[in-house]
Design a binder for this molecule. Structure first.
Ligand code: B12
Length: 222
């Protein structure tokens, strides 16, 4: 039964059908499927399929756009449920999050924000196409503990390093930890960019943020 729904979820993304994606999201909640499971075992498989087809020249930009819209329709319904399941608790730390300049991919970044917030972090989401220095200015203004930078393109990934440099320039390192993510990001790149770590997915992002807060020297001014 659940397997059938996962298949329908995947197909709604491949078809680029936001209405259908929303409808199946609601149904899956009614049937007691965990929203994160719906994302990981259903919708994401569709998005990966579209990405692969696009790379092979079998699908085109409009397909990518529609798949993105369908994914957003699904997460609009599922993410509030992930938040609710997290409940309210004391803040584990403050995270400034965004997708780096030149890059408008938002789905993964938003999912990371939702998971961090459901796990007890305070998240300030700066959105997409965020100028390098704005990450630093916001981190300073909001006294952030962690800055999270997402990049989905090999061409914009280099911007993550610029964010680390902007934080250095503003004297915020190492007080503010930097975590990186996005499909092309690896541990090697994270080291090369001078970040504190990278998260492979939203669960990895939460584990990383928690471990960095555990290692963080507490600041009397906080
Ligand atoms: C949907 C999509 C789009 C949509 C985005 C819609 C939106 N509102 O976000 C649109 C249509 C806008 C788009 C545009 C483009 N795209 Co696009 N897109 C995709 C696609 C299919 C899915 C991305 C996605 O949402 N994945 C799902 C999320 C949940 O996964 P994720 O983003 O990887 O995030 C997870 C982890 O990476 C991690 N994570 C992410 N961020 C962070 C941050 C932190 C701090 C941490 C710790 C972890 C973390 O956790 C997340 C949750 O698990 C991918 C293919 C793919 N399978 O990745 C191509 C892909 C990324 N796009 C690609 C390309 C080429 C483009 C365009 C250049 C196409 C064009 N010719 O115009 C443009 C670029 C626009 C721009 N300037 O940004 C290529 C990139 C190739 C490359 N290596 O550089 C890909 C890989 C497709 C391909 N196979 O060729 N795209």
């Amino acid at each position: 039964m659940a397997d059938e729904l996962f298949e329908l979820m995947k197909q709604s993304i491949i078809d680029g059908d936001p209405q259908r994606a929303a409808e199946i999201s609601r149904r899956s909640l009614e049937e007691g499927i965990h929203p994160l499971e719906a994302i990981n075992r259903g919708f994401l498989l569709g998005l990966n399929h579209v990405g692969e087809q696009f790379e092979q020249g079998e699908m085109f930009l409009p397909d990518l756009v529609l798949a993105g819209e369908a994914m957003k329709a699904a997460t609009a319904i599922l993410e509030p449920e992930i938040q609710r399941a997290g409940g309210k608790r004391e803040s584990l730390g403050r995270v400034v999050l965004g997708t780096v300049k030149g890059d408008i991919h938002e789905i993964g970044k938003t999912l990371v924000g939702t998971m961090l917030s459901a796990s007890g972090f305070e998240v300030i989401d700066l959105g997409v196409d965020v100028p390098f220095e704005l990450f630093a200015l916001k981190a300073k203004e909001l006294n952030a503990d962690i800055v999270g930078v997402s990049a989905l393109l090999t061409t914009t990934m280099t911007g993550q390093k610029n964010v680390v440099q902007a934080l250095e320039l503003h004297g915020l390192r190492p007080k503010v930890k930097v975590i990186l993510g996005g499909a092309p990001v690896t541990e090697n790149w994270s080291n090369e960019a001078g970040a504190d770590g990278y998260g492979k997915d939203a669960m990895g992002a939460v584990a990383l943020a928690k471990s960095l807060m555990g290692n963080k020297v507490s600041d009397a001014a906080d």
